[in-house]
Design a protein around this ligand. Structure first.
Ligand code: NAD
Length: 326
């Protein structure tokens, strides 16, 4: 079975390519390297191309016969999306539409989509399940929700069957330390905490007056391999379930920023200094997933439920990354 992994040079896509290869799937990575890394493409064949080029898409589908598409490609910086919304609608919505059209022409019907907690906007409950209203508060969230809507309409028309997986905060790295998170700029908490230890990067904590356990924002961190495992289960689910499905993926435990820092201190054995800044607009106090539906329907169980275990894999990667000069 050949799986097209769009965005396979990125953080999550590269882990997916590795897991698929290890499970015996053939993998084709399609990426334009706008935010991905060449060194991260180690599994399967590479096709360098852009979702905004219908020619590139036509070529990759003509040269291969795909059983399914996993779509990780996107721009995904909330702040950037507020400043440059057209970039987000073009890349994330038009790019995905191009991909879905090309798939249909090639007779490929199964699609797994990287959606996000950002489609829910401000939470109206402690835990966010699939019935929570989807009311994004930024163009990034809207661009992902628009794709979810297209997938519903395509399923109703009997054209594409899909699973949209709404990730909360992806974290950690494959335990073998060969790949991991390397965004530029890095906006995610755990790599920034670890880079403050290993590279002296100044760490900032935005807001210490939220109504949470210690005043800092609470988030749900889900290990990258647990996320990838959910994609394998979604692929199997599509063999027996037509339509458009959506599942929230988190490990169901919220951790405050200060709890993350304390866990990182225990993992690294170092003291972590930080500066306190004001709140960032659009940061809700708490975002925690209810993943009961994914557990029930996909049979998914996150293995990394302890924060320290997640951070330990990210720390292993951070040290290797420095050694390799990546
Ligand atoms: N990282 C998270 O915590 C998180 C949380 C929720 C959802 N997501 C979603 O998961 C997906 C993967 O996230 P990530 O952190 O791995 O991001 P990433 O930036 O590391 O990876 C995205 C990949 O897509 C490629 N890409 C982007 N636009 C493209 C285009 N037009 N044509 C071809 N390739 C293109 C990039 O070069 C990159 O390799 C994204 O869709 C993101 O929105 C991520």
């Amino acid at each position: 079975m050949n799986i097209l992994v769009c965005g396979g040079a990125g953080y999550i896509g590269s882990h997916m390519a590795k897991m698929l290869s290890e499970q015996g799937y053939q993998v084709t990575v399609f990426d334009n390297f706008s935010t991905g890394n060449r060194w991260a493409v180690k599994w399967g064949q590479l096709f360098e191309g852009d979702l905004l080029s219908k020619k590139d898409l036509k070529k990759v589908f003509e040269r291969n016969s795909f059983a399914a598409v996993m779509h990780f490609s996107a721009r995904s910086l909330v702040g950037e999306s507020v400043k440059k919304p057209e970039l987000y609608y073009q890349n994330n919505v038009i790019g995905t539409l191009n991909l879905l059209e090309t798939m249909q022409r090639a007779g490929v019907k199964q699609f797994i989509f990287s959606s996000t907690a950002a489609t829910f906007g401000n939470p109206t409950s402690d835990r966010i399940d699939e019935n929570h209203p989807q009311q994004p508060i930024n163009p990034y969230g809207w661009s992902k929700l628009m794709v979810e809507q297209m997938l519903h309409d395509l399923a109703s028309a009997g054209r594409i069957d899909s699973v949209s997986l709404r990730y909360f905060n992806a974290a950690g790295a494959d335990p073998d330390g060969a790949i991991g998170e390397a965004h530029d700029p890095e906006t995610h908490l755990i790599p920034n905490v670890l880079q403050s230890v290993s590279g002296g990067k100044q760490l900032q904590v935005f807001g210490t007056d939220y109504p949470t356990v210690d005043g800092t924002c609470v988030r749900d961190y889900i290990h990258i391999n647990d996320l990838c495992n959910a994609h394998l289960l979604a692929l199997k689910y599509l063999q027996t379930h037509s339509g458009a499905h959506g599942f929230n993926l988190g490990n169901g435990h919220g951790f405050s920023i200060l709890e993350v820092l304390q866990a990182a201190e225990r993992v690294t054995g170092q003291t972590i200094d930080y500066e306190v800044e004001g709140r960032r607009p659009g940061d809700p106090p708490t975002l925690v997933a209810d993943s009961a539906l994914a557990q029930q329907e996909l049979g998914w169980r996150p293995e990394y439920t302890e924060l320290e275990a997640i951070i330990a894999t990210a720390w292993n990667w951070e040290q290797n990354r420095r050694k390799l000069g990546l």
